[in-house]
Design a protein around this ligand. Structure first.
Ligand SMILES: Cc1ncc(COP(=O)(O)O)c(C=O)c1O
Length: 360
């Protein structure tokens, strides 16, 4: 071993992304594998975004604007908030890391429902915090249990809605009731990575919660709905004091100029992007119906993925699907998370899963 890693690093969890299609092909001697394991958008970005990125390419001899001034202004206008309530990050993951860096000290508590986004335990471990997990009930987040778990030592509550991997969503009304039960000393992060796929009836935390709750931080991303996962750009919306703390701990020039240009075009052409999302939502409901018709129960999905709670069969089924060229994300011993892709991709994984679970 070279160097002297932190004492707790050996015990730290690490992020395990879904297997790449090429990796599965090499492992199983197959071709034409598809990756349905990372909740990516199956379609390339819309032409206006590609044009904006292309135009920005020759500018990469310079760093991107450290404050992402134009993009931040456009996001603030779009959301109807002051510009000092918005920060831009290198994906919402980076923003989640910034919240932990800015607000958590060793020995503090971070509370989150579990199972949820796998980065939360890593962030707790990284900050030396105690991770207090709250069990899901049938894949759903129970906000009463979350409120019960919060103490004066709790610095952050992470709430993913829709939740990854179960796809269930919270209403802003229910989150408001949680906020009424805890003090403003705890930052409540509402992680809306899958917002574009969510039912608008669940509410908008920026409109419904931020005006009365300075301890709420909403994080969103251009990775999923907008098809920009590989660019790494997202944004956070919150009280200016919270945003100012997050900005103290960001890496210099964290968001490239190509990413800023692409995200700006995404905001400017939001309606067009939402047409692509609309097609994925139609696919999601088609897939849901097929699964339900085959007797494969699952929680109603609100993200661009479906949670199949297959319990002890999780690893076995993931392997069988992988051998047929469909890479899914196993979370043993609970279930499989499978991304909604194109019609052809979805038919491939649904056919394979139905065959395994029903023998048809
Ligand atoms: C719940 C949740 N939050 C945040 C992220 C991070 O997304 P990104 O860093 O690409 O913005 C993901 C990615 O899968 C996620 O599932």
């Amino acid at each position: 071993m070279t160097g002297r890693p932190r004492a707790n690093i050996a015990a730290m969890p690490s992020y395990k992304p879904g297997k790449a299609a090429a990796e599965a092909e090499a492992e199983h001697g197959i071709s034409d594998a598809i990756k349905m394991a990372s909740n990516e958008n199956p379609f390339p970005p819309i032409p206006a975004i590609v044009e904006a990125m292309t135009a920005a390419v020759t500018g990469v001899n310079r760093y991107g604007d450290n404050k992402a001034t134009e993009l931040r202004g456009a996001v603030a206008d779009w959301l109807g908030v002051d510009v000092d309530m918005v920060t831009i990050g290198a994906g919402s993951s980076a923003l989640l890391g910034q919240v932990a860096d800015a607000f958590v000290e060793s020995g503090d508590q971070i509370v989150y429902p579990w199972r949820s986004f796998e980065y939360y335990p890593i962030l707790a471990s990284r900050s030396g915090a105690d991770a207090i997990t709250v069990p899901l009930s049938d894949g759903r987040i129970d906000l009463d249990l979350v409120a019960d778990a919060v103490t004066s030592e709790t610095k952050i509550v992470f709430l993913a809605t829709p939740n990854n991997p179960t796809g269930t969503a919270l209403t802003t009304e229910a989150i408001a009731a949680l906020l009424d039960r805890i003090t403003t000393d705890t930052i409540v992060v509402i992680d809306e990575a899958y917002r574009e796929f969510n039912d608008p009836a669940h509410g908008d935390p920026v409109e419904d919660l931020l005006p009365d709750h300075p301890n709420v931080l909403v994080t969103r991303t251009f990775s999923k709905g907008y098809g920009l996962a590989g660019l790494r750009v997202g944004y956070g919306v919150g009280h200016p004091d919270v945003i100012a703390q997050l900005e103290k701990v960001t890496a210099p020039f964290a968001v490239s100029n190509i990413a800023q240009a692409a995200a700006l075009a995404a905001v400017q052409h939001h309606d067009e992007v939402m047409e692509v999302v609309g097609g994925l939502l139609e696919e999601r409901s088609r897939v849901r119906t097929r699964l339900l018709d085959a007797g494969i129960g699952h929680p109603e999905p609100h993200g661009n993925f479906i949670w199949i709670p297959v319990g002890d069969r999780t690893d076995e089924l993931a392997l069988v699907l992988e051998r047929t060229g469909v890479v899914v994300r196993p979370f043993p011993p609970e279930g499989l998370r499978i991304t909604i892709g194109t019609t052809e991709q979805n038919d491939r994984w649904v056919d394979a899963l139905v065959a395994q679970l029903t023998g048809e």
